[in-house]
Ligand binder design. Structure first.
Ligand SMILES: Nc1ncnc2c1ncn2[C@@H]1O[C@H](COP(=O)(O)OP(=O)(O)OP(=O)(O)O)[C@@H](O)[C@H]1O
Ligand SMILES: [Mg+2]
Length: 240
């Protein structure tokens, strides 16, 4: 039975989709069966990060609307993938969308739902399907504050297990006075930390090429640690 994990942030561009692709690959490396579903309706991007854009013909909206079969919608790979619909449909209710994602539960260990920016129905509809959530924030106060709002919405959607990932973290940032430290991010969001991902130039390349960063890239090491923590292993939050 899969755990369905929603990845959200409130503010755009904090690294939700990057996180979903990185963590899905890291869990696949641990031998887990993973499905990643892009829920950014109208602004899909996860297909690029998985390098499967050419293979996308149908999306999960087509499946929900019975325009295609499950086999046609599902793009099989090391991590299986469902593309986001191009536009919202009245049939995308919390009940229907939950039922759809839960119908994949028996075949996977983890199902990741990549939420869009914002706290409207784009967030609340996939949130209804989720067992857990991970909110992604940079150490920028604007991002941290919107992350705190997303956290409130997820709590309202009855998700109790919510964890924070601080992304694009820099130990020695160029504009230090504008950024928060790790403790301040935790205090301001009110969310328990599950991991910290450094700013890593390899991620910028991989989002263009669709290939994961090398195994020894700083971001890959961070994704591996978070993957182990998701599976319940006790590993340090930050690499020494
Ligand atoms: N740790 C990182 N180091 C360097 N670049 C990163 C990192 N994380 C994400 N990025 C870059 O930041 C940009 C935004 O990332 P991404 O698309 O994952 O954000 P998002 O939260 O999904 O955005 P949206 O809200 O639009 O869906 C991308 O160009 C990505 O390559
Ligand atoms: Mg995204």
């Amino acid at each position: 039975m899969a755990q369905i994990i929603l990845v959200a942030s409130g503010k755009g561009g904090s690294g939700k989709s990057t996180f979903v692709s990185g963590i899905s690959n890291a869990l696949a490396d641990l031998g887990k069966k993973v499905l990643a579903a892009d829920c950014d309706i109208g602004l899909r991007s996860l297909d690029l990060m998985f390098g499967v854009t050419e293979n996308v013909v149908f999306d999960w909206g087509d499946l929900l609307l019975e325009r295609c079969t499950r086999e046609q919608a599902l793009i099989k790979g090391r991590v299986d993938f469902l593309a986001a619909p191009r536009s919202f449909d009245d049939a995308f209710t919390t009940e229907n969308v939950s039922k759809l994602f839960r119908s994949f539960s028996d075949d996977y260990d983890y199902i990741f739902l990549d939420a869009p920016a914002g706290i409207d129905r784009g967030l609340t509809v996939p949130a209804a399907a989720a067992d857990r959530a991970i909110v992604i924030s940079t150490a920028d106060f604007v991002c941290v504050r919107s992350c705190a709002r997303a956290f409130e919405e997820l709590r309202r959607a009855k998700i109790e297990d919510i964890r924070l990932v601080i992304n694009m973290f820099e130990v020695k940032p160029a504009c230090k006075r504008k950024l928060l430290n790790i403790d301040q991010c935790i205090d301001e969001t009110g969310v328990q930390l599950i991991g910290v991902i450094p700013r890593d130039i390899n991620i910028s390349f991989s989002s263009v090429t669709g290939k994961s960063p090398e195994a020894d890239a700083p971001s890959s090491l961070a994704f591996n640690r978070i993957a182990m923590r998701i599976t319940g292993k006790r590993v340090p939050l930050i690499c020494e």
